[in-house]
Design a protein around this ligand. Sequence first.
Ligand code: CDP
Length: 221
Amino acid sequence: NAPVITIDGPSGAGKGAIAYRLAQHFGWPLLDSGAIYRVLGLAAERAGLSPAEVEPLVELATHLPLTFVADDASGEVVANLDGQPVGDLIRTDEAGARASQYASIPEVRAALLQRQRDFQVAPGLVADGRDMGTIVFPRAEVKIFLTASAETRANRRFKQLKEKGISASLCALLESIKARDERDRTRSVAPLVPAEGAFVVDSSTLSIDEVFSQVVEYTKK
Ligand code: CDP
């Protein structure tokens, strides 16, 4: 089996940036599993399905017309739903919160399991999410758990939004991060916990460069 590096952790810990840089570093593709849940949330919303409608949701998840396509202009991989790029539609905080609701349904997660495992092909894979090291790739060679205090994560999100010219309340962001943490940690399926043997990094007082070099050092061991 091709080698896998898993990076799990809560929202805003900087997983995305580190996963992207690791993928570049090793020349491996990147699985953004959160994007799968976000696209599912979008598709469910379009289909008018509430989180209570488990059977149709499983049907939707099983046949989700989702593809990841390299964008010619930027070279970045973008998610397509029904052949159309979803763009920033899945990147809003609402989309994240919605994804988290559908992601707490065990049957939905089960329906998306194989689709995620199919990304494990030569030469290797960097997998970013919540349960990459615990459930999807339990035999991964390297497992990273990246965390940061809720305050740090709210501040980062606040700055990101400000840069995009979006006004937000720091207080409200902190509340929503805490609520999402709570839901991700206490859900009955795939609760957010470090995988056994994971290298745990707290990025609260570290820059992305510092986190990246710690993680790369660790992968050499
Ligand atoms: O960027 P952020 O960490 O906020 O979100 P994301 O990684 O795109 O994931 C969005 C939501 O999907 C999370 O809050 C989780 O509830 C869910 N998710 C999950 O349950 N399992 C994964 N492997 C990835 C995401």
